[in-house]
Structure formats: structure tokens, C-alpha cells
Design a protein around this ligand. Structure first.
Ligand code: OFO
Length: 177
């Protein structure tokens, strides 16, 4: 059974993950329009991941006899001036999701809600990985710079990350089978 305070915080997190999913979808579409296919794939995948994060919380809340609320989604930003600006926005977004997860953990700790604390551990690890990945991309963008073919090389780097991610996921699935 979830306390009212925890339930409210989890429902807020459902909305946050849903907004993150929509925001990545809008970014994917922007990248696709710019011909940045590696970045577009990255964000389409990321959007699906955030939806999965949202679904996990919905199932958890309902399993705990709570009522998962699906609220109205914010309209995501659809235009960017550059790929640099876009990845900086992603980093800020992920940092605010991490803060929200930490806040949720403070509530579950305060209430000795061990089940929710355990459930949230997965999100802590996930956020650490996601933030590290975006920092890597930002570092590469800085190294590549803004010269003539920089967009091509940035997109290639992100495409390499997609391939790496695909391999890791395939490895994970094999491990599960
Ligand atoms: Fe990366 O936002 Fe979900 O947890």
C-alpha cells in the first residue's frame, strides 16, 4: 500500500517520463528533418525507452493498489538552432529527471517504504547511465567542433553509440534467454 504522498510523487513521475518520451520524439523528428539519421534513431529509441520507464511506474502503482493517473502531456519543443543546443537541452532534461527520482527516494526513505525504495534503484542506475551517455556525446561534439563537415561526423558518432547500444541490448537479451 502506498502513502498518499508517495502515490502523488509517483504519479508526478509518470507525467515526467511521459513528457520526456514526447520530448525525445519531437527531437527525433527534428533530427530526421535535418538529415541527421544517426541522431534521429538515437532519439526514437530514447523516446521508446522513456515510454517504457513510464509504463513500469504505471504497473508498479497499480500493483501496489494505487491508482496510476495518466495526465495531459506538455507540448514538446519542436525546433532547435543546432544539434549542440539540442544535446545540451537533453542533458538538462535528464538531470531534472534524476533530481525527481532522488526526491522520490527521499520520500520513500522517510516513510520506510522499502518496496518503493527498491523499485526506484533501477531508475537510479538508469539515470546514471543516461547522463553519462549524453555527457559522452557532448564531449564528442566539443571535440569535433563546428567546422564544415562537423554535423556529418557528429551524426556518425551518435550512430556508433546506437550500434553499441544495440549490441549491449542483444547481449542482455541473450543473457536472459
Ligand atoms: Fe531518462 O528519464 Fe526515464 O527515468
Amino acid at each position: 500500500m502506498l502513502s498518499e504522498k508517495t502515490l502523488q510523487a509517483l504519479n508526478k513521475q509518470i507525467a515526467l517520463e511521459g513528457n520526456a518520451s514526447a520530448s525525445y520524439l519531437a527531437m527525433a523528428s527534428w533530427c530526421e528533418r535535418q538529415g541527421l539519421n544517426g541522431c534521429a534513431t538515437f532519439f526514437y529509441d530514447q523516446s521508446a525507452e522513456e515510454r517504457m520507464h513510464m509504463m513500469k511506474i504505471i504497473h508498479y502503482v497499480n500493483e501496489m493498489d494505487g491508482h496510476a493517473v495518466i495526465s495531459e502531456q506538455e507540448k514538446p519543443k519542436g525546433e532547435y538552432n543546432s544539434v549542440q543546443e539540442l544535446f545540451k537541452a537533453v542533458y538538462q532534461q535528464e538531470k531534472s529527471v534524476t533530481s525527481a527520482i532522488y526526491e522520490l527516494l527521499s520520500i520513500s526513505d522517510e516513510e520506510s517504504d522499502h518496496s518503493t525504495t527498491l523499485f526506484l534503484q533501477w531508475y537510479v542506475a538508469e539515470q546514471r547511465e543516461e547522463e553519462a551517455q549524453i555527457r559522452t556525446i557532448l564531449d564528442k561534439i566539443k571535440l569535433i567542433g563546428t567546422g564544415g563537415q562537423s554535423l556529418y561526423f557528429i551524426d556518425q558518432e551518435v550512430q556508433n553509440i546506437n550500434a553499441q547500444r544495440g549490441q549491449e541490448e542483444a547481449g542482455g537479451e541473450e543473457g536472459v534467454a
